[in-house]
Design a protein around this ligand. Structure first.
Ligand SMILES: Cc1cc2nc3c(=O)[nH]c(=O)nc-3n(C[C@H](O)[C@H](O)[C@H](O)COP(=O)(O)OP(=O)(O)OC[C@H]3O[C@@H](n4cnc5c(N)ncnc54)[C@H](O)[C@@H]3O)c2cc1C
Length: 278
């Protein structure tokens, strides 16, 4: 199948994108096209206009000061994998990027496209959720910031308005002692995850979060993961309890299938081991 006919625009600035969106409610933003391309071909989306944002300089920049570390929405997975973008999370972002799909997808796919699309099995979604990432969003009236936790409303459902543009991803700076773990279970390298576990711990700030994701359900964030540990101490990886984790996932609304829950708990446990390993 081929896409329906559409117009194509390649604006040079964010203001122009917003003007185009405002004037064309049936328009679609095109970033890396790695998800949108197949959706167009299958006619799951039938836009009248594609707005290509990949040539907008501000969207491939990284802005850094004492308070923020903001990665432009059009920075590709490959740019992060290759270290062309500094990693404020001690190598965690680089590691996550390298596990997304195949190199060909990574050279085009963007961090902003992935988060805007919000596939529940997407690697960035879990990784940035566990870090406490926020999105910077432009709209005709100005800018807003949205915590990733809360921005995603369901599988491929976000609170992003039709005339809004994700411009950057704010990554909180961890301290030097921050540790991270990420474990993805998939049948074949390069595939979307069957299960993801992500962990971040920072003993300087007391920040400890875990995420479990998989299938078509929204990732679950534990910002107080004590109930997953036998002795209630998340710094004691050995006391992570698989059954308690599965119960917690069930309580959080994840599907009751035993196998699905178990691989998510396993992914969390392996991410934890990675975060805690010397
Ligand atoms: C074979 C294959 C395997 C893959 N495997 C994985 C995997 O293992 N893990 C993983 O995480 N991902 C995987 N992906 C998805 C890949 O990471 C895509 O890059 C990503 O989902 C979408 O990014 P994109 O830049 O290509 O966005 P596009 O396809 O261009 O856009 C996706 C959607 O987001 C919207 N959009 C894009 N950018 C913005 C923006 N800045 N503001 C507002 N809306 C925007 C678009 O309108 C569209 O609706 C895979 C893709 C393929 C083709």
């Amino acid at each position: 199948m081929k896409p329906v006919a559409f117009d194509y625009a390649r604006p040079r600035g964010i203001a122009q994108v917003l003007e185009l969106l405002d004037a064309n409610p049936a328009a679609k933003i095109l970033a890396g096209g790695q998800t949108l391309g197949p959706m167009l071909n299958l006619r799951l989306v039938q836009p009248e206009l594609l707005i290509d944002i990949t040539r907008i300089a501000e969207l491939v920049e990284v802005n850094e000061n004492d308070d923020i570390y903001a990665i432009g929405a059009c920075v590709t997975h490959a740019a992060i994998e290759d270290g062309r973008v500094r990693d404020p999370a001690n190598g965690f972002l680089r590691r996550v990027a390298s596990g997304i799909a195949y190199r060909a997808v990574r050279t085009r796919g963007t961090i902003g496209g992935s988060l805007s699309h919000a596939d529940p099995a997407a690697d960035w979604l879990s990784a940035l959720l566990v870090l406490g990432g926020e999105l910077e969003i432009a709209h005709a009236g100005g800018m807003r910031r949205a915590a990733l936790h809360g921005f995603v409303k369901g599988a491929m459902e976000t609170d992003l308005g039709a005339v809004e543009l994700v411009t950057a991803i704010h990554v909180p700076r961890g301290s030097r002692v921050a540790r991270h773990g990420f474990h993805k279970i998939c049948r074949k390298t390069g595939e979307f995850a069957e299960a993801i576990g992500a962990v971040t711990t920072d003993t300087d700030t007391g920040f400890f979060r875990m995420v479990a994701a998989g299938g078509s359900e929204q990732p679950v964030l534990f910002d107080d993961p004590k109930p997953l540990f036998k002795n209630g101490d998340p710094l004691d990886a050995g006391s992570f309890d698989m059954d308690m984790a599965m119960d917690a996932l069930r309580e959080a609304g994840m599907e009751p299938d035993e196998y699905e829950l178990r691989i998510r708990a396993v992914a969390m446990s392996r991410a934890l081991q990675e975060a805690m390993s010397p």
